[in-house]
Design a protein around this ligand. Sequence first.
Ligand code: C2E
Ligand code: MG
Ligand code: MG
Ligand code: MG
Length: 275
Amino acid sequence: ERKHSDPGGVTFYNDTLAEKLGREVWLRNKLARAIEHQELFLMYQPLISTKTGRPVSLEALLRWRVDGNLIPPDEFIPIAEQNGLIKSIGAWVLQQAFIASKKLNETHPGMIMGINVSLLQFQDEHFTQMISSLLHSVDAQPEYINLEITESAFSLEKHLLLTKIKQLQEMGFMVSIDDFGTGYSSLASILELTTNAIKIDKSFVDNLDTKGEIIIEAVIQIANRLGQHVVAEGVEYQWQADTLKQMGVHLIQGYLYAKPMTWPNLLQYLDEAHS
Ligand code: C2E
Ligand code: MG
Ligand code: MG
Ligand code: MG
């Protein structure tokens, strides 16, 4: 790998295709042992209620530190999805986040824990059974857990998708659609959604001053009619938060309020937010 330094001191990589493939093979091999080597951990990002201005929910975000470097999830999750590792990694995430949720609810009752679930995990025939036994072994409360499934779930056969969502809700979980607006779904398909919340993708928040506003307005109207909560992700500026609040978004997640943080930092943050 050739490393260059630009005058600003930022190091970037100029990989050839062979180097990229080499890195991927290397990552894949390393990832297979990441759990065993205790290289994975969760960070937690608060979601703020537009009504109260306080954190009411969190999103658990997976991190992988290997040889001292943090590999972003956008890079390693797709690799895990390609080779089936996502099943064990996803189960590890669920277990860790259930434990965190249980601990958190002793001191911060009602705090919701959002957990990302890959489509590959979600469509696995043993998923509901797996999640149910995990829940019981940890003894966490599903009412405080929100499973985030990306919009790519719409690629599943409709009956299968709705049945799975219903099963999870009957177990007590909340289910929401993540990154809404980026994928397969049409306006018609959102009408059939039986999820608890819709998380509008950052790309619409980024374009809030142009066409993003029209889309967000439409999604809020539909979501309100369906009795679903609306969440906006990737909010970085105060004017965006103000606009989204005024438009009727219920929850806001973004660097404006808080970045993903480690468990100890989260506890400190929550104590300060509630005092
Ligand atoms: P996501 O589920 O849409 O998560 C939100 C992402 O946006 C996170 O990136 C978060 O750090 C980032 N973010 C939040 N607020 C802001 C902001 O104001 N500005 C900017 N620029 N970014 C913001 P992260 O942690 O890198 O995760 C990326 C994606 O990786 C996630 O997107 C999710 O699709 C996936 N992912 C993360 N953890 C897991 C996991 O445990 N399981 C699965 N299946 N996927 C995961
Ligand atoms: Mg998410
Ligand atoms: Mg998202
Ligand atoms: Mg996103």
